[in-house]
Design a protein around this ligand. Structure first.
Ligand SMILES: [Zn+2]
Length: 107
């Protein structure tokens, strides 16, 4: 039986860290750029930050969904095929929603 309490602790820590990262990125985005920078450099920097923010937001969403699955008792069950997700996989990726077979076939 997988230890969901430990997974929850991990997920909550990951969520706090991701939210802190997102706050940092938003702050960088709202900061006035250095006057030495060219328009193009500023644009590229903002694009990179927005890309990062989008990635972090996606991770936050998947961690939140994993926490939701812990709440409703469906954690560690593949959302696609309903098979149990291997504990080793959940230890590596506690937010995993798919078993290894479904994750591989989704690629
Ligand atoms: Zn599956």
């Amino acid at each position: 039986m997988f230890d969901t309490a430990a997974a929850k602790t991990h997920l909550e820590a990951a969520l706090a860290e991701l939210e802190a990262r997102l706050t940092n990125i938003s702050r960088d985005l709202s900061e006035p750029p250095s006057p030495d920078w060219s328009e193009l450099a500023i644009e590229q920097e903002d694009e990179a930050l927005e890309h990062q923010a989008a990635l972090v937001e996606r991770e936050i969403a998947s961690v939140r969904r994993a926490l939701g699955r812990i709440e409703d008792g469906t954690y560690a069950t593949c959302v696609r095929c309903g098979e149990e997700i291997a504990p080793a996989r959940l230890e590596a990726r506690p937010e995993a929603a798919l078993c290894i077979d479904c994750a591989n076939s989704a690629m």
